[in-house]
Structure formats: structure tokens, C-alpha cells
Design a protein around this ligand. Sequence first.
Ligand code: SAM
Length: 278
Amino acid sequence: MAGLWYTEKQTDNFGITMKIKQTLHVEQTDFQLLEMAETEEWGNMLFLDGMVMTSERDEFVYHEMVAHVPLFTHPDPKKVLVVGGGDGGVIREVLKHPQVEKAVLVDIDGKVIEYSKKYLPSIAGKLEDPRVDVRVGDGFMHIAESENEYDVIMVDSTEPVGPAVNLFTKGFYAGISKALKEDGLFVAQSDNPWFKADLIRQVLKDVREIFPVTRMYTANIPTYPSGLWCFTLGSKKHDPLEVKEERFHEIDTKYYTSELHRAAFVLPKFVRDLAEGE
Ligand code: SAM
């Protein structure tokens, strides 16, 4: 693919395109087409089934926002679960919180973990940390088998196609509620409001029916279609908007700040309407 342009098609008429410097690895795994490439603009990138998963240059936005918003919302997150996330970026951020004693990662595809360690070492480099328990398996099944176990769960999944379809169902959110301790909370990546409005409406509706505190926040991620990315937070008790200033401790970040923790929940009107089911 060297010198060619790679396009992730979002619709038949729109996609997001980057120039490839060299192809690093291509493999049809048991679950998805895995492609790793070096790009001119964004460094090494991981694609699954033709969709951008992460890039070395902008990965920090997504990984920081998936990890730090829920971890600063929970007053004492000791045990954490990442569903998906085989590139290791969310785990790297989770480990910046000293209260976290154990972080379990369950990704269905061991090849994502293997090739992320090889070609995305700045992202995957903390997967060997002693606080981390990496398991290869279906996150849906892991959730179904867990009860009253986790303080915080982060769903860092692919889009709702292939192995991730079940991770966008009401049954999965009910399982998450059961897997969480009594004051637990979770976050899930929820795609973009420009092209996936129906999905976002459905996710918010389902989560709201299960969790007393349901909120949506956004982040700017240039390599994801439309650049505006949504995250859904469901919580049994703690509200991300009521975190006291003294709870924020200093961590090394490039996107997340305590100001942004609050600001990210201020939604553009058309996104707020979606979140409210309109
Ligand atoms: N940040 C990316 C995004 O939003 O496009 C997603 C990151 S990628 C690491 C997502 C991971 O979810 C993939 O490694 C994939 O193997 C994993 N995954 C998909 N379905 C899964 C399932 N049912 N259980 C566990 N992991 C799953």
C-alpha cells in the first residue's frame, strides 16, 4: 500500500483518508481483518475491518477520555475492567491512577494484542504491568459471568459489527450493572453523532433504563469519522458532574484536565437532542 491512500468509508459518499508510508502487517484473524500500517501524517495505525482503531499521533485523546473521566468520578476505583482495548491504550491510562490495584483486560482477539505490542509499543507498553491481567476472550461472556466485582468498567470496543454486536445491547448493559459493585460505573465508546444518530439514541435509551445516572460526553478525535466522538457513562451512584475539585490529583495527560472533565459533558445542541432521545 506504500504511497497509496487508505480510506475508511463511513457511508457510500463519505470517508476518512490517509496516505500510507508502508504496510506493516495484514491478517484475517478468527474475528476480523487486522491491518497495521505506517502513515505519513499519523504514525503507525491499527485498522480492523477497514476501520481506524487508533493512531500513534492522536490516540491519547480517546484513551485519556475513556479512562480518566470514570476513574476521577469514582472516589476509590480499586478494581477495573476493560472490555476490548487490546491495543493497551486505556490500560496505560488506567495505571496512572495509584488507587487501582487490579486492571483486567478482556479482548476477543489475541492478534490485536500481539501486533499492538509489536507495532504500537508506546500504546501497548503497559500491558505487561503486574497490576494488569490480560485475558483473550469474549467480553460479553466475561460480563455475564461476573457479579459485584468491579468498581469501574470501560468498554473500548470496535463499532457494532462482527464480534462487538453484543456489546451494544441492553442485555450487555444489564450484565455490566450486575458485574459492577453497588457504587460502580461504566463508560462505553458510542461512535459519532453525524452518522450514527440512531445508535446513540438507542444506547442512551437502554443505559438510562438501567443506570440512575446516565450522561454523555464528547471528545475531538481527528482520525475517527467526523472527528466528534461520543462516550456514554452509566453510574449507579456517583455523578461525573459532581466531582469535588480536591479529588482531582495531578496526572500526566495531553488532553484530559479537570476543567475538561466537566466541559466534555456540555454538548452541542444537536448532540444533546440526540442524547435526550429527540
Ligand atoms: N478505540 C477504538 C475505536 O473506538 O474505534 C477501538 C479499539 S480496538 C482495540 C477495539 C477492540 O475490541 C478490538 O481489539 C476487538 O478485538 C475488541 N472486541 C470486539 N468485540 C469484542 C468482544 N465481544 N469482546 C472483547 N473484545 C472485543
